[in-house]
Structure formats: structure tokens, C-alpha cells
Design a binder for this molecule. Structure first.
Ligand code: G3I
Length: 301
């Protein structure tokens, strides 16, 4: 009867939402969160700028608000995100080379250690590939510290929290394309060389059509020996939003190692995509047809 309960009955999967600490005081918002979801991701509160506002000085208050609230209700927590070229604190934006490398790895170690035992899966590295159609790494100060910065981050995260699932997370990787091919090659290489990686997150910020090879793409990653998760799902309203939500849910269910789905917000009015109305609940907190399509998909089969 709820997204979380129905997902749990499908092989112990979770159904999560991105949560903003500043909205938890809104009773409509928190009632839907508590009723429907069994996993949360902090929308901004566990990013580098939020957790390490000055060098080696950490601030976990807003992240803790989300994490402890979720854990006390038996929900899982997806940690988002240890390293990302965006939302770096100003002081880290001013660093480069070995100084940035050390600061980044210190960040990974300290934050993953702090949350050890509380986080089910971490987005260790977010959005490190470019949208250039060639599968290049994204140019960033982190990338300029050396191509091995991603594996260094995964190794540091594993050492800090051996029980968290460690994920690589990106967008526009939802179908088979140059970018997802490049991520695939990296994951295959990590698995071959023993670099610790457990999962790949597909953000799934979708427009009005679903790539025809969406499920096949999830499956090819799963076949590398990692879990796959839909980590930031939202779908533009205007096409057949409900049908697409249903199809995305069925695709995850059809892939044994697709362990869960997270929508990137609760009500349309909570979404970062202004005007897209891309979520499962309208601004008043009412269930949309998209909600019913997801629940029906979870309950059939
Ligand atoms: O909290 C401040 C507020 O004090 C200030 O007055 C206001 C003025 O700009 O900014 C507020 O911060 C904003 C923050 O969201 C909280 O609302 C930031 O400007 C804004 O940039 C930030 O946007 C977030 C965005 O990541 C940043 O890149 C979105 O909420 C968040 O949904 C979005 O999430 C990302 C994922 O982390 C990674 N994948 C893509 C996804 C969508 O962009």
C-alpha cells in the first residue's frame, strides 16, 4: 500500500526520496516521507560545501538531522556525495594539484568515518564524466589532480567505512551512449584490478522519453558484478509521465541487482526542476497518476 513497503516485498528493494532538511518542519512533506519511503538521500546537506565549510573543520548538523531522523524510523540512508566538482566549498575551489588531492581524500576519509555504520550506500564520486559524446572525463580541478583520483577516492572510502556500498553516480548514463560506455569501461577496469566499487547510480533525470535500451543498460552494468540503483529519478511532465514512471520501475524490477529507486524530491513544488512537475506528488501532496503507476508496477509480478 506504500512505495517503500511494496518495494521491500520485491526482493528487499528500497524506494527512497531526496530530502531537504529545511522542509522537514512542513507537516505535509514529512507525513508523505514517513508514510511512503524507506530510504532517504540528503538533497544538499551531505555535500562537501555543507560538511566541510573550512579546511578540516566539519559540520554535520543538517546531515545528522536527515540521517538520524531516517534511521530512527528504520529507513536506509544513501550518502550523497563525497566528491563532486560542484558544490565544493570555496576554500577547496582555490586548491589544485597535490593540495587538492590531499584535501579531497581527507574529506572522503573524515566524512565516511563519521557516518560509518549509518550509510547504506555512498555516492563516492559524482558526475566525473563529460557530455562531449566522446566519453571523456569531465575537466575539473579534481580531474587535473590525476586520472586516478576516482580510484583513490574509492579506496579511501572503503578504508573508512568497510560496510558501506560504494557507488559511482552520474546523469545521462541511463541508456547506452558514449558517456555510459565510458563509465562501464571504468567499472569493468575497477573490478578487474580490485578497486573497491559496489554499485553504480543512474540519476535518471528524464525528459519525455525513455531510452529504448534503459533496462539493457542497467543489466550490462549489473553483469559486471555491481548493484545498480536509480538515484535521482524525476520525469518531465507533459509526455506520458505516468507510463514512463511505470516503465522505469518495471525495468529496475527486471534487473535482479537493481536494488532500489530514489526520486529526487517528494512534491512537484519540492523539485529542483522548476516548472517540470516531475515528481509523484503534486504541490498539495496529492498522489499523481505517476504515483499509481509506480505502485502498480511494484505490486505486479
Ligand atoms: O540554501 C541556500 C540559500 O540560503 C540561499 O539563499 C539560496 C540562494 O541561491 O541558495 C540556497 O542554496 C541552494 C541549494 O540548492 C538549496 O536550495 C543553492 O543555491 C542551489 O544551487 C542548490 O541546488 C542544488 C543543486 O544540486 C546544486 O548543484 C539542488 O537543490 C539539488 O537538487 C541538486 O541536486 C543535484 C544532485 O546533487 C546531483 N545530480 C544533479 C542534481 C540536480 O542538479
Amino acid at each position: 500500500s506504500t512505495l517503500g513497503a511494496s518495494a521491500a516485498e520485491r526482493g528487499g528493494r528500497y524506494f527512497g526520496a531526496a530530502v531537504a532538511a529545511g522542509r522537514l518542519g512542513d507537516p505535509t512533506y514529512s507525513a508523505i516521507l514517513d508514510r511512503e519511503f524507506n530510504s532517504v538521500t540528503a538533497e544538499n546537506e551531505m555535500k562537501w560545501d555543507a560538511t566541510e565549510p573550512s579546511p578540516n573543520s566539519f559540520s554535520y548538523g543538517r546531515g545528522d538531522q536527515i540521517v538520524n531522523r531516517a534511521l530512527s524510523r528504520g529507513m536506509k540512508v544513501r550518502g550523497h556525495a563525497l566528491l563532486w566538482h560542484a558544490q565544493m566549498p570555496g576554500w577547496a575551489q582555490g586548491l589544485s594539484g597535490s593540495a587538492l588531492r590531499s584535501a579531497a581524500l581527507n574529506h572522503v576519509t573524515k566524512v565516511a568515518t563519521y557516518y560509518r555504520g549509518k550509510v547504506y550506500a555512498w555516492d563516492v564520486v559524482n558526475e566525473a564524466f563529460a557530455d562531449d559524446g566522446r566519453g571523456s572525463r569531465r575537466d575539473s580541478s579534481l580531474q587535473r589532480t590525476g586520472n586516478d583520483w576516482i580510484e583513490a577516492a574509492f579506496r579511501a572510502a572503503r578504508a573508512a567505512d568497510p560496510n558501506a556500498r560504494l557507488c559511482y553516480n552520474d546523469y545521462n548514463t541511463d541508456g547506452v551512449n558514449a558517456k555510459s560506455n565510458a563509465v562501464y569501461a571504468m567499472v569493468r577496469d575497477f573490478k578487474a584490478r580490485g578497486v573497491p566499487i559496489d554499485c553504480v547510480g543512474f540519476q535518471a533525470h528524464l525528459g519525455t522519453s525513455l531510452p529504448g535500451d534503459f533496462q539493457a543498460n542497467l543489466q550490462r552494468f549489473a553483469d559486471l558484478g555491481v548493484d545498480v540503483q536509480l538515484t535521482e529519478l524525476d520525469i518531465q511532465q507533459g509526455g506520458n509521465q505516468a507510463a514512463m514512471y511505470g516503465a522505469v520501475t518495471r525495468a529496475c524490477l527486471a534487473v535482479a541487482r537493481c536494488t532500489g529507486i530514489t526520486v529526487w524530491g517528494i512534491r512537484d513544488t519540492d523539485s529542483w526542476r522548476t516548472g517540470a512537475n516531475p515528481l509523484l506528488f503534486d504541490g498539495n501532496g496529492n498522489k499523481k497518476p505517476a504515483y499509481t503507476a509506480v505502485l502498480d508496477a511494484l505490486n505486479s509480478g
